[in-house]
Design a protein around this ligand. Structure first.
Ligand code: NAD
Ligand code: ZN
Ligand code: ZN
Length: 377
C-alpha cells in the first residue's frame, strides 16, 4: 500500500531543522504484514529526545531510515499466525522487540533481549524483513523495529501491547517510551520504596514521568533538577518538594546541604555526562544512581572508585525502564486512569507529518515536553 513517511537520509544536518529538513516526507510503499507481523494505522507518535539524538547524529543509525519509537495505533491487518488480536484493537508499541526465550527474556528482562538490539542495528523488523521502500524500489531501514513517523507501520506482533480502547490514543502513545522509561526507572530499576528520598535530574518527557512515579510511589522527599527554570516551576506544581537549577555552579553542594548529604535514589534523565556527574554527586551514602539518559555513543562517565566502595554507592543503567511491557503498560495505564500518572499534562501540542522538523527544533530548544505527531490528521 501507499503511505506517507518521514525519511531520514543523513544524520547531523544543522539547526534549524525547519530549514535543513533532516526528515523528508515522501510517498512510499509499505509491504503487507508477513508471518507474525501486524499492520498498524499510527494514531499518535511522540517526539522523544532519542529521535533528536538520531537526527543530531550523536547516536549512529543505518540510513536511509524511518525513525519514531513511541506510539499507539489501531490494528488494521494481521499476518499469518497472529491469532490473539483483531482488526480494530488498540495497541501501544514497544521499542525493544524481544524473542521470549533467551536467557534475558526468561529471567523477566525482555528489555535487554539481544534479538531486539540486533534487529535495530540491522535496521530490520524481528523477522529480518524491511517492509518500507521508496517508489524507486530502494529499501528503507526501520528505527527500533517500528518506524512510527509514518501513516502506517508493519511491525512484529511482539512489538505491541493491546490496551483498553477507552484510553485516548494520544495519551496512550506516550506510554510507549516516556512512561515506560521514566516510571519504570523509579518503580522497576530503582525499586523505590515508600518513604525513600529521590531526585530526578532532567525534567523532559522521561524525567517528568519519573517524578509522577515518585509521587505515586510515596517518596518522602522529591528533588527535581533541570537546567531550565520553567521545568522547575512545573515540577513544583506536580509534586516536587525541592527544586534546583543545574546551571548554578554549586548546585550539587546546595542539594547535598539541603538534604543532609544527598538522596537515596537519583534518576538521571537528561542524557549528558554533566548531568550524570551531578546525579552521582547528590547520591547519598548507600544510595543508587539510576541512569536512563542516553548521551553520545562513546561518551564516558568517571567517578572516584574508593568513594564508590566506601560509600557503597550503586550505579545502574535503565533501558526502557527495566519494563516487561505486557506487565507494565497495563499497570501504568491503571495508575493513569486513577490520576496518579497524569501523562496528559505532558502533551505540548499536536503536529502533522509536515511539521515534524519544526517539532524537533522546539525539542532541541528545550521549550516542550511531549509533542504528539498525528500522521493521519
Ligand atoms: N533509557 C531509555 O530507555 C531511554 C528511553 C527514552 C529516552 N531516553 C533518553 O532519556 C533522555 C531524556 O529524554 P527526553 O525525551 O525526556 O528528553 P527532553 O529533551 O524532553 O528532556 C531532557 C531534559 O534534561 C534537561 N537537561 C539537559 N542538560 C541538563 C543538565 N546538565 N542537568 C539537568 N538537566 C539537564 C533539559 O533541560 C530537559 O528538560 C535522553 O537522553 C533520551 O535519549 C532513554
Ligand atoms: Zn524514546
Ligand atoms: Zn530474548
Amino acid at each position: 500500500m501507499r503511505m506517507k513517511a518521514a525519511i531520514m537520509f543523513e544524520q547531523g544536518r544543522p539547526r534549524p531543522y525547519a530549514g535543513s529538513l533532516p526528515l523528508v516526507v515522501e510517498e512510499v510503499e509499505l509491504d503487507p504484514p508477513g508471518p507474525g507481523e501486524v499492520l498498524l494505522e499510527i494514531a499518535a507518535a511522540g517526539l522523544c529526545h532519542s529521535d533528536l539524538s538520531a537526527i543530531e547524529g550523536i547516536r549512529p543509525r543505518p540510513l536511509p531510515i524511518v525513525i519514531g519509537h513511541e506510539g499507539a495505533g489501531i490494528v488494521r491487518e494481521l499476518g499469518e499466525g497472529v491469532d490473539d488480536l483483531r482488526p480494530g484493537d488498540h495497541v501501544v508499541t514497544v521499542f525493544v522487540t524481544s524473542c521470549g526465550h533467551c536467557r534475558y527474556c526468561v529471567r523477566g528482562r525482555p528489555n535487554i533481549c539481544p534479538s531486539g538490539f540486533a534487529a535495530r542495528n540491522a535496521g530490520t523488523l524481528m523477522s529480518g524483513a524491511k517492509r518500507i521502500s521508496r517508489l524507486n524500489g530502494e529499501r528503507i531501514n526501520h528505527g527500533s523495529g517500528l518506524s512510527l513517523f509514518a501513516q502506517y507501520a508493519v511491525v512484529s506482533r511482539r512489538a505491541m501491547v493491546r490496551i483498553d480502547p477507552e484510553v485516548p490514543l494520544e495519551d496512550a502513545a506516550i506510554f510507549g517510551c516516556a512512561v515506560m522509561t521514566g516510571a519504570g526507572a523509579v518503580l522497576n530499576t530503582a525499586g523505590m520504596q515508600t518513604g525513600d528520598s529521590i531526585a530526578v535530574v532532567g525534567l523532559g518527557g522521561v524525567g517528568m514521568n519519573a517524578l509522577f512515579a515518585a509521587v505515586a510511589g510515596g517518596a518522602e522527599r522529591i528533588v527535581a533538577v533541570d537546567a531550565n527554570p520553567e521545568k522547575l516551576g512545573l515540577a513544583r506544581q506536580w509534586g516536587a518538594t525541592d527544586t534546583f537549577l543545574a546551571t548554578d555552579a554549586d548546585c550539587a553542594a546546595e542539594v547535598r546541604e539541603a538534604t543532609g548529604g544527598g538522596l537515596d535514589t537519583v534518576i538521571e534523565t537528561a542524557g549528558n555526562i554533566r548531568a550524570m556527574e551531578l546525579a552521582y554527586a547528590i547520591t547519598a551514602r548507600g544510595g543508587s544512581v539510576v541512569s536512563a539518559g542516553l548521551p553520545a555513543a562513546g561518551a564516558e562517565f568517571s567517578y572516584q572508585h574508593a568513594q564508590l566502595v566506601s560509600d557503597e554507592k550503586s550505579i545502574l543503567g535503565s533501558y526502557m525502564g527495566s519494563c516487561v511491557p505486557e506487565r507494565d503498560i497495563p499497570r501504568f495505564l491503571g495508575l493513569y486512569k486513577r490520576g496518579k500518572l497524569p501523562v496528559e499534562r505532558l502533551k505540548s501540542g499536536f503536529i502533522a507529518l509536515e511539521g515534524i522538523n519544526a517539532g524537533f527544533d522546539r525539542l532541541a530548544e528545550g521549550s516542550v515536553l511531549r509533542q504528539v505527531l498525528r500522521p493521519n490528521g
